[in-house]
Design a binder for this molecule. Structure first.
Ligand SMILES: C[S@@+](CC[C@H](N)C(=O)[O-])C[C@H]1O[C@@H](n2cnc3c(N)ncnc32)[C@H](O)[C@@H]1O
Length: 193
């Protein structure tokens, strides 16, 4: 696990990036291979707050039919030269079906809103957003659900405490169900330090 410190708004956010196998495990799979095998043909995957995680690289190297997007607010920030250099190197070595997109999940870029993803992933981003603003945490989860295809999945974690893995939720069809799910996922982090 590697740590770089970035300033996101007023709060320094550690961009810890887990390697591919660790992240696949935190999303509930035994390994990257098991995670990759679970994806349907031509599935689109969005990793929100991906930082410099190597999961997208590992999967797109194994499967050319998968379209993978790593999205992070930090990709638009050139303040940390070390982070920028590592990001550039990962972008240069990325397979064609892996895209890096700078953006804030609280207000996703139009390019992202125009698309829909069968699998939305996010690990160790929500607690940072909730720490800045409870309301933004709810909006972030609602936006992740809106970016998912109905019947697809949102895998988001940790769920309640630092050591938890991600929880996997089916993307609901109705706005009411999406709001209820956003509250359920966000609530355990409210008030936590
Ligand atoms: C602790 S890192 C986790 C990285 C990776 N998901 C992992 O588990 O290894 C949290 C990441 O979330 C990103 N982030 C924080 N707030 C965000 C937001 N509003 N929109 C998009 N990314 C955000 C940070 O820039 C940081 O790279």
């Amino acid at each position: 696990m590697n740590v770089v410190r970035l300033q996101v708004g007023d709060i320094p956010t550690p961009t810890i990036h887990r390697d591919a196998d660790e992240l696949a495990q935190r999303h509930g799979f035994a390994s990257v291979d098991a995670f990759t095998d679970s994806l349907s043909e031509h599935e689109s995957v969005l990793d929100v707050g991906a930082s410099l995680s190597t999961l997208g690289h590992a999967v797109t190297r194994r499967r050319s039919d998968i379209s993978w997007t790593n999205m992070d607010i930090a990709y638009g920030d050139d303040a940390d030269k070390n982070f920028s250099a590592m990001l550039r190197s990962m972008q240069e070595s990325a397979p064609e079906n892996l895209q890096y997109l700078a953006g804030n999940i609280v207000n996703p870029p139009a390019e992202l809103r125009a698309r829909s993803f069968g699998r939305v992933l996010s690990f160790w981003m929500l607690p940072h957003i909730v720490q800045r603003s409870h309301q933004e945490g709810l909006v972030a989860v609602s936006n992740m659900l809106a970016l998912g295809t109905v019947g697809g999945t949102l895998s988001i974690g940790p769920l309640r405490s630092r050591s938890d893995n991600a929880g996997v939720f089916t993307i609901p069809a109705s706005t009411e169900d999406a709001i209820a799910l956003a509250v359920k996922v966000t609530e355990p982090w409210i008030g936590k330090k």
